[in-house]
Design a protein around this ligand. Structure first.
Ligand code: CTP
Length: 442
């Protein structure tokens, strides 16, 4: 029996795919089709695949051409599959000519003529692009600007840069440099806001009132009631209001959460999170709790929930005109566990995340919020398990894909739950209302 194998993504299954599978089948007696897993596609740079792995497998299955369907999950798997399943012929479309010649050591390699005039990318780009306006300043704005180029379905239509010395960076980029937030809103379907946190509430409200979807750097507001009001407004106007914390979209972080939920390190009793960076502070600066608080709180709220019994906030504050929190520490007490965050823009420390359980602990090295690597460690050193996942664009790319998808489906698909966003705003509110222990640094 002659065994043939072929691989592909098969997103939005089309005539070109059908023809390829028909001809692959004719090459032998038994056809194996490898469908690429979402994570593996992301690593290869295909991050905007529209259909889920299950939907894509289902499309291949319904052709009735595959005798066996497998999932392609890692680099180098083709050689393993060919050897393990005793494959005679490997085949793919002519767009890959030469690329798989290295497999000739294991089986025949045949490139079939690609069907002209159709591709998944074409079908995807026919869907209308979301015109995104960017407002704010700083390095996050630049990162979003750069990352948006990698995401199908989103196009930056205009930008309102709030800091004069940053404007030149965006000139000559073929986009409208708006001179006010008002003109920005007139030139887009959705906005990404990364301005001063004190402006978030009014900017989100204006956008929602003008029928624009909003992605806003966390925290959404500095007040719990304002958060509820904005969420209600978004629902009433059928708009997406999504909170931006890029870490929530990083593959390694999500895999870590799944392992924790799968009780790989037992019951969790303690979480310690640290996020710091040294920055000068001026009137544009976000304070330490505003810039780092949401990221640091995320693992605690996602693992322990938001119903803590008690919290204590201690903050070292500058004695200048800004009363800037150089370093803030929050300790949480839950019914059965404890947690703490340490954040600071005026103090440097090791930016690690440690989740301690009854069987072992998870260790995510600095800077944990943009990690591609973590370890599960146990009593015996030799039991340590190491995990590595590719991280592209610090998670921003996947976040933009999620935002575009939410707009397309008309449905919130954020990875940060409503209660968590609300609890983050509550912490910000306590801070704003001076509900914390202030230690002045002279
Ligand atoms: N294929 C083909 N003719 C086309 C499109 C795809 O023969 N018009 C073949 C590819 O060469 C590959 C298989 O179908 O062997 C699966 O391709 P896949 O990458 O899933 O589809 P594309 O439409 O090429 O997707 P994209 O535009 O995302 O690259």
């Amino acid at each position: 029996m002659k065994k043939v194998i072929t691989y592909g993504t098969y997103d939005l299954f089309h005539y070109g795919h059908q023809r390829l599978l028909e001809r692959a089948k004719e090459l032998g007696d038994y056809l194996i089709v490898g469908v690429t897993a979402d994570d593996f596609d992301k690593q290869r740079g295909k991050i905007n695949v529209k259909q889920s792995l299950m939907e894509r497998i289902e499309s291949v299955r319904t052709t009735g051409l595959a005798d066996e369907i497998i999932i392609e999950e890692y680099e180098g798997q083709k050689i393993d599959d060919i050897k393990r399943m005793d494959v005679d012929i490997f085949t793919v479309g002519s767009d890959w000519v030469g690329h798989f010649d290295y497999l000739r050591e294991y089986c025949d390699v045949i490139y079939l003529e690609r069907t002209e005039g159709i591709s998944s990318s074409d079908l995807r780009s026919k869907k209308r692009n979301v015109k995104l306006g960017l407002v704010g300043y700083g390095s996050v704005l630049k990162k979003f600007f750069d990352e948006s180029k990698h995401v199908n379905g989103i196009e930056i239509s205009s930008i309102y840069v709030e800091k004069d010395d940053e404007k030149k960076f965006y000139k000559n980029n073929n986009l409208i440099l708006s001179d006010s937030y008002e003109t920005l809103l007139n030139n887009c379907d959705a906005v990404f806001i990364v301005s001063h946190i004190k402006k978030h509430y009014s900017q989100i409200k204006r956008a929602l009132n003008q029928g624009k979807h909003v992605l806003c750097e966390s925290p959404l507001t500095l007040n719990e009631q304002e958060f509820i009001e904005l969420k209600n407004l978004a629902n009433k106007n059928n708009l997406i209001l999504m909170e931006s914390i890029k870490t929530a979209y990083s593959t390694a972080y999500n895999r870590l959460l799944l392992l924790i939920k799968g009780r790989n390190i037992g019951d969790i009793y303690s979480i310690d999170v640290t996020c710091t960076s040294l920055r000068e502070h001026d009137e544009y600066s976000r304070n330490s709790i505003g810039s780092w608080g949401p990221i640091a709180l995320l693992p605690i709220f996602q693992i322990f929930g938001v119903d803590y019994n008690n919290k204590t906030i201690n903050s070292l504050v500058s004695d200048d005109d800004f009363h800037y929190d150089l370093f803030t520490k929050i300790d949480f007490q839950y019914k059965n566990s404890v947690a703490s965050i340490k954040v600071g823009n005026g103090v440097k420390s090791e930016g690690e995340l440690i989740i301690s359980g009854t069987k072992g602990y998870a260790y995510v090295p600095s800077p944990w919020w943009k990690t591609d690597y973590f370890e599960l460690r146990f009593e015996k050193l030799e039991d340590t398990k190491k995990y590595f996942y590719q991280l592209d664009g610090e998670g921003i790319r996947y976040e933009l894909v999620a935002f575009a998808k939410a707009i397309e489906l008309g449905k919130d698909n954020t990875l940060i739950e409503y209660n968590i966003s609300r609890a983050i705003c509550k912490i910000m509110e306590d801070f704003e209302n001076d509900n914390f222990n202030r230690i002045i640094r002279y």
